[in-house]
Design a protein around this ligand. Structure first.
Ligand code: HXC
Length: 515
């Protein structure tokens, strides 16, 4: 005869098996046919092998006002595991159960692990694959989202929050990821507030899933996706790589990793990186890869506002956040999207004790009605505000152009940057030689026998006087003019000396960044 203990052991085994099946073999096979993994397969790939500990596998759905099947686990897998040995809490939505839709029990499971992550101080990762608020649960489903949003906001700046978008994410399912720090999106996933059918009904427009909210669109146009990956496996790998650059919480610094790259490694080819002709471009990535440990750099939002580059690397083993103008795209000009992209990145790094390194080659802010109407004043101010607010160690190297407001905004000494260097090729002035000469010598140019030759001569004179780093160095706005080949060594030594930086800002509830 079976004892109650044996009965319960058998029951537990059966319940676990049932929960692990999700929506059943048919739906799992449909998921696979779409090129997608199941919720549990994804978790296994995200965390270190054998490290996942699941919670609430036996929690069943609340049912809802409309008849809905009660399912164990309620369409979401939650728990914790390690990534490169460090704990993370996570959830993984199971599209095979009611489309991964979020009802009360589903949200209670997510909330529980979010609260644990904040309490323990670990990153939080969400693997999203959901049709949004569960329709059958009515207003309870909406409220359930609200509770998650509150926690996203409260956890912001306390623990890193990462979202992977791995299937359709509609309605409320997009707002939680949008408040997390980084969104990784698989190419065959979608994110939209209202789907193509609603678009058709309300504004009578036919639009495909891809054009409305596809990964490529979010990577290039909306800027919602920080990383776009071809499939689930690459997405989860990227999430692991990203976590490896970050501290577990805002009280810690990122883990050191020795890539065995000597800190005093010089690169003589950098002395020839900047072309002699100021209108000729070059690729800032050459400099970035040259100075990083092991030439490794994790670019964030690589396809969005490509005129500015942001991302993580290591220098002397320490994680740094890099912000660099890209002269090879729109001459590295600052426009609306570039300003917002860099501002958010700077704020992330500042929240999580990641020093900022800024490489400057910027001709100015993008002129024209499109940018002015789009709010370049508001958006440019965001970047300015973010740098001033940042108290982490800050280092700038002016590589070539640093003109006007853009000189100031790009982490200048005047915005409380700690240490500012320039290459001998730096040009620091109120504006470029042509614009400046045309303003100062307007009358003389008009009166000249050969206006073009006159302008060219004045531009030469201006370049000779202003387009160099020496005036700024004389005034102490630069701490040194350095040889390009020594850039890596100089930055790492500066990071080392700034390690003990202590600084505060006035006490207040919070500032009012020009959103
Ligand atoms: C309940 C849902 C659901 C939902 C999908 N399902 N979304 N069940 N609530 N929100 C169920 C479907 O009924 C179906 O069940 C199963 O999940 C798979 O869905 P399919 O439609 O067959 O899959 P697919 O063709 O891949 O389309 C996926 C989808 C589509 C694009 C996500 O299902 C869809 O448009 N869903 C509704 C999305 C939406 O409008 N959500 C907004 C909710 S309101 P069966 O049993 O038939 O297989 C909201 C507001 C929150 O979220 C606001 C906060 C700010």
């Amino acid at each position: 005869m079976n004892s109650p203990l044996n009965d319960n052991l058998v029951k537990l085994e059966r319940l676990r098996e049932e929960a692990a099946l999700g929506g059943g073999p048919e739906r799992i096979s449909e998921q696979h046919k779409k090129g997608r993994l199941t919720a549990r397969e994804r978790v296994e790939l995200l965390v270190d092998e054998g490290s996942f500990e699941e919670f609430d596998i036996l929690k069943s759905s609340c049912g809802g006002t409309l008849a809905g099947s009660r399912r164990l686990g309620d369409g979401v897998v939650t728990g914790h595991g390690t990534i490169y040995g460090r704990e993370v809490f996570l959830f993984s939505q199971d599209f095979t159960v009611q489309g991964g839709s979020l009802g009360v029990a589903h949200s209670q499971k997510i909330i529980k692990v979010m609260d644990h992550a904040v309490r323990v101080g670990t990153p939080f990762i969400g693997l999203n694959d959901s049709g949004g608020a569960r329709i059958q649960e009515g207003v309870d489903g909406l409220g359930a989202y609200g509770e998650i949003f509150v926690r996203n906001v409260m956890a912001s700046g306390v623990i890193p929050q990462i979202s992977c978008i791995m299937g359709p994410c509609a309605g409320g399912a997009v707002y939680s990821p949008s408040m997390t720090d980084f969104t990784l999106m698989v190419e065959n996933a979608y994110m939209f507030v209202t789907g193509p059918n609603v678009v058709k009904t309300v504004i009578h427009q036919d639009i495909s899933f891809e054009d409305l909210g596809g990964a490529r669109m979010h990577g290039e146009k909306s800027g919602v996706a920080h990383f776009v990956l071809p499939n689930d496996i690459e997405c989860l790998r990227k999430a692991r790589r990203l976590i490896n650059y970050l501290p577990s919480n805002n009280k810690q610094t990122a883990p050191m990793l020795d890539l065995r790259d000597p800190i005093d490694r010089t690169d003589p080819t950098l002395d020839y990186l900047v072309p002699p002709n100021p209108n000729q471009t070059y690729d800032m990535n050459v400099l970035i890869h040259s100075i990083m440990d092991g030439a490794e750099f994790l670019e964030v939002q690589a396809q969005f506002a490509r005129n500015i580059i942001v991302g993580f690397g290591r220098m002397g083993g320490q994680t740094i956040g890099l912000v660099a103008n890209q002269p090879a795209v729109l001459a590295g000009v600052l426009d609306n999207n570039a300003s917002v992209k860099a501002a958010r990145f700077v704020r992330f790094c500042d929240s999580f004790n990641i020093p900022l390194v800024c490489l400057v080659d910027v001709p100015g802010f993008m002129p024209g009605p499109e940018q002015e109407h789009g709010g370049i004043i508001r958006h440019g101010a965001k970047l300015l505000y973010a740098f001033v607010e940042a108290t982490v160690p800050r280092i700038t190297v002016i590589v070539r152009k640093a003109y006007g407001g853009a000189y100031l905004v790009m982490n200048s000494k005047h915005l409380l940057c700690d240490i500012n260097y320039a290459w001998p090729t730096a040009e620091i002035a109120v504006m470029g030689p042509k614009g400046a000469s045309e303003v100062i010598y307007r009358r003389e140019i008009q009166a000249a026998e050969n206006p073009e030759a006159f302008l060219a001569a004045k531009m030469d004179e201006y370049r000779h006087t202003f387009a160099n780093p020496f005036l700024a160095a004389e005034r102490g706005y630069l701490d040194d003019v350095i040889f390009p080949r020594d850039t890596r060594h100089r930055i790492i030594r500066t990071l080392q000396v700034l390690e003990g930086k202590r600084t505060g800002r006035p006490e207040r509830k919070h500032g009012n960044i020009p959103l």
